[in-house]
Every structure is written in structure tokens, then in C-alpha cells.
Design a binder for this molecule. Structure first.
Ligand code: 6CS
Length: 369
């Protein structure tokens, strides 16, 4: 695996903090039972009394320091630590420390980690309905409106979340990491530019289908291999929000970037449901309250990063990237090809429940437009 700027970074676990908590905890839910069983998520100091449970949890992300998911998890961990007067400690892992994106999903499902940020693109083979986020031109262009829908949608919070829970993944929140843009070794302005284009995608059948609809030749790849693959011409291009393109230095090995805003990069903060359900009510309430607080914070965070790092790409004279912005007419040509993929999702990818979810989501989106 290769990360251009930082190399392979494994995060050393911070020493387990010893804490005492006024609330009573449950032994099976990552608490300190005083037995010093560090490998089952407990801390090793031994709480003085049952009413002084301590908690030591792990939170894994698909990104590295300075990127949205990691900074979200770090801030979430700090907030929880503060609110609990230091009695809940969360160790945050950068991507790579615990394996691939798919490994991380399994760790969450098995309770090896308590929390994870997951991109639905990596669970497409398991929760087909989660691929709804791969449908290009579905959500409004206005990022604030999109985030409002992600915060309040019954289709997502009731229907889709239930489908994830059936697979032992409990989504706590959905958030955008920004509008996605294309980078390429050639200019990407019209669908014809995608003809035979080797497009790197996440491992989701529907994302692949979306690029096949443009005539491209999609190939699934972890982002850890993407810089090198772009550099060596193994793939010709990729999609991501601007902050990620810049921070992972993809622009340095791509001559062109297209501001297409063809989709949002949506991520979910998730928790292992058995762990979560086994927590005392007040601890669960603390988590819920903090998840809610994080929603405006992560929106602000991604907006700032995406804006600043666009300037950084434009002003990079050492590795110049030609940046173009599609006109509405140019976007329309892609939208027309993307619409039948929505029918494919409805008719071939999901069952009745998934169809109902999409219909409801479309109604919710229409109500916001
Ligand atoms: O392209 C990817 O696969 C990565 N992109 C983002 C914005 N976050 C993590 C993800 O794995």
C-alpha cells in the first residue's frame, strides 16, 4: 500500500486512560471491569466501584490525519472524553492501521472496534440499498440542502439504517464530505471523453455500472493504491471531493480536473449495535448528543477544506492541473446517461424495500427543491 505524502502510518495506541464515571456501565460494552483485559476494549486500572465504570473504545476511519473522517473521529473522541470528565477514552485509528476499508467494516461488525466511519461504496456487495449514494445527480446541488436531507431523511434513518443494522452495522449519522469531482489523464468534459477510460472506483457494483453508462472501463481499487496506479497509468482517473484529491496528491499525477459536482461523497458514522445496545441509557444519550453536535461541525470542516484545497490545486505551479468547470448544459449530458442507472437500481439491484426507500428519498428530495 502506498500513501504519497505520509507513507504507511500505523497509529500507536495511546496508553489507556484511567477514568471514573458517575454513571454505571455494563461489563460487556467496552467497559473496565477491573480485570485488566486490555484486548477486549477495557482499560486496566480497575474502577474503584461499580458506579465508577471506565470505558476505552476504538474508532476506525477510512482517512488519515488532516482529512474529514479522521478529524471528525478525533473531535468526537475529544468531546466524549470532555463530557465524561475523562472517563470515556476513544482511540482513533487512521486508515491503514487496521487493514483495508473492507477489513474495517468486518471489525465493526464483529465488535473488534466499537465505532467506524464507513463509505457505503465499500459495502455495496453486502447492503445493496446503500448504493443509493452512488446514484449520480440524485441529491440537490446545494450542499446545505443535501446535508439537511442526510440529517432528517426517514428513508435513510429508518429504512436504510435498518438494512445496515440487519448486518450488524448501526449508522449513527450520514454526512457529506463534499461534492465529487473527476480527475483524469485527459480532459473529461463530455461522455465521449469517458469512452474506454480506465476509471478507478470503490468496490460497488452500482458505481461501476454508473461509469459503464458513460462508456468507461471501471476498475475497483482501494485508495491506498490509487496514487501509484494513477502515476503508472494502471487507471486513467478517479472521483473524489476536492480536499481528498489534494490531500492524497492525486492532482500531482493527473493533468486534468473537472468540477462536475456529479455526486456527493457521503459517509456514515457507525457503531456496533450489540455494543451500543448494551450501554447504559445515559452513556448512549451522550453518544447520540455528540453525534448530533458533530453534524454542523463536519459540514463546516468539509466546506472549509474543499474551498481551501481547490485554491491549492489551482495555484500549484510545480504540478499544474488544468481545472475546468462543467456548464449546466454539459452536466445535462451526463445526467441523461445517469438516469437509467436509477431505473437499474430500482429494478435490478434492490427488492421491494429498497424500491420503497428510493421512492421515499426521491419524495424527500423533491420536497426540498
Ligand atoms: O476514494 C476513496 O476510496 C476514499 N475517499 C474518501 C473521500 N474517503 C475515504 C475513501 O476510502
Amino acid at each position: 500500500m502506498f500513501f504519497k505524502k505520509r507513507g504507511w502510518k500505523a497509529i500507536a495506541l495511546a496508553g489507556a486512560l484511567t477514568m471514573s464515571l458517575a454513571a454505571c456501565g455494563s461489563e460487556e460494552a467496552g467497559t473496565d471491569d477491573g480485570a485488566g483485559a486490555a484486548d477486549d476494549g477495557t482499560s486496566d486500572d480497575g474502577a474503584a466501584t461499580e458506579s465508577q465504570e471506565t470505558y476505552n473504545w476504538q474508532f476506525v476511519t477510512e482517512e488519515v490525519q488532516g482529512q474529514v473522517q479522521y478529524e471528525y473521529a478525533a473531535e468526537f473522541a475529544d468531546l466524549i472524553n470532555e463530557k465524561s470528565d475523562g472517563q470515556i477514552n476513544i482511540d482513533v485509528f487512521e486508515f491503514g492501521a487496521l487493514g483495508s476499508e473492507v477489513d474495517q467494516v468486518e471489525q465493526l461488525q464483529n465488535g473488534i472496534v466499537e465505532f467506524a466511519i464507513i463509505s457505503p461504496g465499500f459495502t455495496g456487495g453486502m447492503v445493496a440499498e446503500g448504493q443509493v449514494f452512488a446514484l449520480q445527480f440524485l441529491f440537490p446541488d446545494d450542499q446545505e440542502v443535501t446535508q439537511e436531507i442526510l440529517n432528517t431523511s426517514e428513508a435513510l434513518h429508518t429504512h436504510l439504517s435498518g438494512m445496515y443494522e440487519a448486518h450488524n452495522i448501526k449508522p449513527l449519522a450520514y454526512f457529506t464530505e463534499g461534492a465529487m469531482q473527476w480527475t483524469g489523464s485527459n480532459e473529461l468534459r463530455t461522455p465521449a471523453d469517458f469512452e474506454g477510460f480506465k476509471m478507478r472506483v470503490q468496490e460497488s457494483p452500482l458505481i461501476m455500472r454508473s461509469y459503464e453508462a458513460y462508456g468507461a472501463d471501471p476498475s475497483p481499487l482501494s485508495w491506498s493504491e490509487l496514487y501509484t496506479s494513477l502515476d503508472r497509468g494502471v487507471v486513467d482517473g478517479q472521483e473524489n471531493p476536492i480536499f481528498f484529491i489534494e490531500d492524497a496528491s492525486f492532482h500531482e499525477v493527473q493533468d486534468h480536473m473537472t468540477i462536475s459536482n456529479h455526486n456527493n461523497y457521503v459517509a456514515m458514522s457507525t457503531v456496533n449495535p450489540d455494543f451500543y445496545n448494551g450501554l447504559p441509557d445515559d452513556i448512549r444519550a451522550l453518544i447520540d448528543e455528540t453525534v448530533e453536535e458533530m453534524q454542523p461541525r463536519v459540514f463546516e470542516m468539509q466546506a472549509e477544506m474543499n474551498e481551501e484545497l481547490l485554491d491549492s490545486i489551482i495555484n500549484n505551479t510545480d504540478n499544474p492541473t488544468e481545472v475546468i468547470e462543467l456548464t449546466e448544459e454539459e452536466r445535462e449530458a451526463f445526467r441523461e446517461l445517469a438516469l437509467p442507472v436509477r431505473d437499474f437500481f430500482r429494478d435490478e439491484v434492490v427488492g421491494d424495500e429498497g424500491r420503497e426507500m428510493l421512492e421515499l428519498l426521491e419524495e424527500e428530495i423533491a420536497a426540498h427543491e
